[in-house]
Design a protein around this ligand. Sequence first.
Ligand SMILES: Cc1ncc(COP(=O)(O)O)c(C=O)c1O
Length: 386
Amino acid sequence: MAHDFDTCPDRSLTESTKWHRYAGQDVIPAWIADMDFRSAPEIVEAIRERAAHGVYGYPAQRDALFAAVIGHLRRRHGWEVRPEWITFLTSLVPGIHGAIRVGSGPGQGIVTPFPVYPPFLSAPTLSERGLIKVPMAWEGARWSFDWERLEQACAHPNSKVLLLCSPHNPLARVFERAELERLADIVLRHDLLVCSDEIHCDLILDPSARHTVFASLGEEVARRTITLMAASKTYNVAGLACGFAIVPDANLRARYRRLLQGLALDQNIFGLTATQAAFEHGESWRLACVDYLRGNLDLVEAELRTMPGLVLRQRPQSSFLAWLDASALGYEDPHVAFERGGVGLTNGVDFGGPGHVRLNFGCPRDRLREILRRMRGVVERAPGRR
Ligand SMILES: Cc1ncc(COP(=O)(O)O)c(C=O)c1O
């Protein structure tokens, strides 16, 4: 079936976080990480059918839901998961908080490579833990970990948990198996728990890249890993608030569930319905979406090549987010400059990357063209260009 990503419903008429921020202003939102596309028709239909039932009482997680998740992980990632390892969550952010709390005590250290998805930076502090930030390193042709500093941070006796974002947001790296093995070696030697947030793992844009599930690297690694996943980014169903944690170790899992019980384990029926439909029937839409995003990324790259001062160091390998270094433009606050120019990007400061902005290119191509046209205006008027 052909899927149409060029025409999208008007989200400004809905309760969308992304569109609400700039309501009534001539600013195109390209910030928070959801896409403007309609979800897969199979998901829309499953929700429609469920909505038509008319009874919306407390949900149960049925065998078919577990089978859908397990089948997806087996087919796409070659990872064999048992149903009892899976814990459904309302969303992944409480899952991150839970991992921090189960793996450390108050005052202990949480190691977080950055720039990174903001809750990785706020959750340790909110949980009264110490945040140990390790900058990601530019290796000349790609972003990776700063191995020396990471080893140092993990070696500290107070360090208990490593927060891993894989594929990475905002750098959009799909880490190679060898990089993840090196990381595994570090956490094994220093006895850290890993919270591996792999929410972006099903939108791999780089045809030569392959996502490796961190916990699949071996039993020792799996035993100390809480993997977080969801259908939400891939299938654009984040508003249905449903994700899942996979914790193979029974003891760790029991402690993790106890922590989250009453806080984050009560999903809504539409989230569960969408997750099942996505993994059972969403593959052709997913492939078409990846293809469309690649086309969008080609456009972003081509346009940026002629916008000196706004730098995309590495072509994103995953998802629909481009991390742009705007520091050479000379704006005091590039995020505000782009807003004034009519585009709402994510402020790099939130990710620990001042001078940067993050562009969400998960939108129809015509809209992306207009976003890039407006961004060019901001670049051309930049104080650094004069
Ligand atoms: C790495 C990462 N984890 C988690 C989330 C959010 O997940 P949820 O909406 O399930 O809390 C995002 C959203 O952008 C993300 O990029």
